[in-house]
Every structure is written in structure tokens, then in C-alpha cells.
Write a new protein. Structure first.
Lengths: 240, 221
């Protein structure tokens, strides 16, 4: 981890691995989408709408995963003063917010035919909505301050305090027995979902993760470049 | 400890004498209550059903209103810098500010809100459960508000960011606050939710000094 602290080295490694990650993303997402949309069976109760699951569930996982990543990066920035950790946390937030929005939107589209309503204030939906607000608040803190060092210090606190919501989202369906179904893939007794559906789902999850990794690496690269531009500009006007 | 109590006393007298704290929150709460029957109609049965939830909303929003000012004034006039250099650790300074906020705003609002609920036809046997729930909940609210207040201490337009920061933290308090307000008194009624509220307050008590101080330190670098 410490070896990646050098931004130039990080950029070189990122540039070298990015084409491979993109290729893997296209392969897994392509194969996953084919399996999910064409070759996997329709559900005996839900019919074809079950295919929304392959887009919806990985998006929700990613929304949680990205927040945890953001919080870990913030902790690393706070404890080790790792120079890239703040950039990693900052650039992860809009991506996580996008995944969160995607899971809310696809959930809504899935909910209309299955539950008969676009939106219910059920525990899982509400806590996911709160996660969306957390992402927006975090992004707002970054944008509210002109001094990036000050913004970084405050954004770390916000990300770490907000991490309390993550277990609430994960266990909301177990604590409150409401409309959203309880966990069926990640649980102690093993997945309660048929392999013909589980495999496309896992493939999609891997594809989403690769997609996020590619975008995140590019975003960190952009962040490093814009930092350099800022420093160069400050130097040019003699403020540094 | 003397430094801690001195700071709490200073903040209390500042908040009471300047009027901005409890007075503003209370007048906001009154305005909120007066407008509710105008917005949803004066039907007594509807109001009675909605009263606990509406009073909780009034409490949350009134506390939200005072959040921005918690550290802002001290940051502007420089006393925060002095407090940072004082013998008391910054963590305890933050805890003292939150304690003063609870004593000056959170607790009075929690005690007043339930009787005010009578205006919304809150059933009289609900008043004590609502008040107990609000006293426990306001402790958590003050602690959480002080984190957001510390983050936005030096922000000119903190009002834009504060709601986004605070509302995710308020959600669990609201959920269990309502549960504690609607159940009957006793171990099988409101007690579990009341204990969860206190647990949330304890968690906030552990996190708040550290988080608020870390936020303030970002202003001192």
C-alpha cells in the first residue's frame, strides 16, 4: 500500500493495468448479461421480471461496498496520512452514489409489477435512501470548501460517522420483517437461490466490481492530475 | 473537570442570554404546530393519530435549526482557537458544547414538546411516553447535531450541508423514538424502544467527542 503512495508510480501502474481491467469488465459483463437476460430461466412466480434482479442486486451490493471502501480509505487517510487515500475516498463517492441510485431506480421498476407500487417506506428501501443521502452529504462537504486540505479533513469525519448506516442497511431486512425479502445469497445457511440464477448473478457482481475498479482508477488518475494543475497554477501566481 | 463545567456554564449563559438557542427553536416549533392543522385539516381524529410523529418532526427540525450555530460563533470570534490551545482536550471541549446544547435546547424542547402536543389533540395518556422518549432521544440528537455543527463550523452557508449530514443520523432516533412514543408504558410496551434510544445516545456519546474534535482540527491546520 505504501509503495502506491507515490502518485506518479500509481498512475503508471494504473495505466498499465487499466486495459486489462476494461477487457475483463467487458467480458464478464457481456457474459453475465447474456446469461442473465437470455439463457437463465424465468422465475416460476415472477416470470421475466426476475431478470431485473441481475442489474438490481449487484448495484445494491456495490453501493454498500463502495461506501465501506470510502470509509476504509478515509480511515487510512486519517491514520496513516496516505496521500492517495483522500483522492480514493473522494472519487469513490460519486460512483457509489450512482450505484445507489441505480439500485433504487431498478428496485422501483421491479417493485411496480411485483409489489404493485413504485415505492414503499420499508426498512431496506428507507435505509438505502438514507445511504443515498449520506453519499450526497459527503459529496456536498467536498464541494463546500475551497481549501482541499480542509475539505479532506472534514470529509473523513463524515465518511467514518456515516459508516454506522451500513450494518443498518445490511440487517434491516432481518430486523424489520417488511416487504423487501430477506437476504437470500449471503447468509449463514448458504444461498437460497437456484444455481441457474446464482451463477449469472455472481458473474454480474464480478462484472460490476471490475467496472467500478476501472472507473475508480481513472477517477483517481483525474484527481491526481487536477491536483497537479492546481499546484502548478498556485506556483504560477507565486502563492506556493 | 472544573474546566469542563466552566465551559458548559459559559455556553449555557451565552445561549440563554443571546436568545438564539432555545428561543429560536421554541418559536420555530410553535410555528410548525400552528401550521399543521392548516396543512392537513383540523379533523381531530386524524390529528390525534398523527400527533406523536408530528411532534417528533417538530423536535428534529427545531434541533436542526440550532445545529449550525453550535460552533460557528466560537469559530468566528476566535474563541475556538483559544479553546484548542487550552488545557482541556479538544474532545472534551466538544463534549462540553454538546452537553450545553442538550441542557439549553434539547432537554427543554423535549419537555415542552409533549404538552404542546395537546394542541394537536395528542391523547393525554400519550404525553408521558412521548416525553420520556423525547428526553432520551434528544440526548442522541444533541450529540449528533454537534458533529454536524463541528463539520460546518467555518462554513458560511452551512445551512446547505447540515441537513444532508444530520438527517441520516437522525433516522434511527426517529424510528425508535416513534416506537417508544406509541407503545404503552412498561416492559412489554415502550421500554425496549426506550432502551434502544438510550443505547443510540451512548453510542453517540462515544463517537461524538472524537468525531467533532477531528472535524474541528481540520480548521486548525
Amino acid at each position: 500500500m505504501q509503495i502506491l503512495a507515490n502518485p506518479n508510480l500509481f498512475m503508471r501502474i494504473a495505466r498499465a493495468v487499466l486495459p486489462w481491467i476494461w477487457a475483463a469488465t467487458i467480458l464478464t459483463l457481456g457474459a453475465g448479461l447474456y446469461l442473465a437476460l437470455f439463457s437463465s430461466p424465468a422465475d416460476y412466480q415472477q416470470g421475466e421480471t426476475v431478470r431485473i434482479m441481475y442489474v438490481h442486486v449487484p448495484a445494491a451490493w456495490m453501493a454498500l461496498f463502495v461506501y465501506v471502501l470510502m470509509a476504509v480509505a478515509s480511515a487510512v487517510a486519517l491514520i496513516f496520512r496516505h496521500p492517495l487515500a483522500d483522492a480514493a475516498a473522494k472519487t469513490a463517492a460519486p460512483l457509489g452514489a450512482a450505484f445507489c441510485f441505480l439500485s433504487l431506480a431498478t428496485g422501483s421498476i421491479w417493485g411496480k409489477p411485483m409489489w404493485g407500487t413504485w415505492w414503499v417506506w420499508d426498512a431496506r428501501l428507507t435505509s438505502m435512501f438514507v445511504l443515498m443521502l449520506l453519499y450526497l452529504g459527503y459529496i456536498a462537504v467536498w464541494r463546500a470548501f475551497e481549501d482541499p486540505h480542509r475539505a479532506a479533513g472534514l470529509a473523513r469525519v463524515v465518511a467514518l460517522v456515516g459508516v454506522i448506516n451500513i450494518p443498518v442497511v445490511k440487517f434491516s431486512v432481518d430486523w424489520w420483517n417488511t416487504l423487501h425479502q430477506p437476504a437470500s445469497v449471503v447468509k449463514m445457511s448458504g444461498p437460497a437461490i437456484d444455481p441457474s440464477m446464482l451463477w449469472p448473478l455472481l458473474l454480474m457482481a464480478v462484472g460490476y466490481t471490475l467496472f467500478f475498479t476501472a472507473l475508480h482508477l481513472m477517477a483517481i488518475g483525474n484527481e491526481i492530475t487536477s491536483r497537479k494543475i492546481r499546484t502548478a497554477r498556485l506556483k504560477a501566481i507565486g502563492a506556493h | 473537570m472544573t474546566a469542563f463545567t466552566t465551559l458548559v456554564r459559559r455556553d449555557l449563559s451565552l445561549m440563554f442570554r443571546q436568545g438564539g438557542g432555545l428561543g429560536a427553536a421554541l418559536s420555530f416549533m410553535l410555528a410548525f404546530i400552528v401550521m399543521i392543522p392548516l396543512a392537513i385539516g383540523p379533523d381531530q381524529a386524524t390529528l390525534a393519530r398523527l400527533a406523536p410523529g408530528l411532534m417528533w418532526l417538530a423536535l428534529l427540525l427545531a434541533v436542526l435549526l440550532t445545529t449550525e450555530r453550535m460552533f460557528q460563533q466560537d469559530h468566528e470570534d476566535g474563541s475556538l482557537d483559544l479553546l484548542n490551545g487550552a488545557s482541556l482536550p479538544l474532545e472534551l471541549v466538544c463534549l462540553a458544547k454538546a452537553a450545553a446544547h442538550w441542557l439549553a435546547v434539547g432537554l427543554p424542547l423535549a419537555v415542552i414538546a409533549a404538552p404542546l402536543g395537546i394542541l394537536l389533540n395528542l391523547a393525554t395518556d400519550r404525553i408521558i411516553p412521548v416525553m420520556l422518549a423525547m428526553i432520551a432521544g434528544s440526548l442522541a440528537l444533541s450529540l449528533m447535531a454537534s458533529i454536524a455543527g463541528a463539520v460546518t463550523a467555518g462554513l458560511r452557508r452551512g445551512g446547505l450541508v447540515v441537513p444532508l449530514l444530520v438527517l441520516p443520523l437522525y433516522v434511527p432516533v426517529l424510528i425508535f423514538g416513534i416506537a417508544a412514543s406509541t407503545g404503552d408504558l412498561g416492559p412489554s410496551g415502550n421500554l425496549p424502544a426506550l432502551l434502544v434510544l438510550l443505547a443510540i445516545a451512548l453510542v453517540a456519546l462515544v463517537i461524538q467527542p472524537w468525531a467533532a474534535a477531528a472535524a474541528l482540527r481540520a480548521y486548525f491546520r
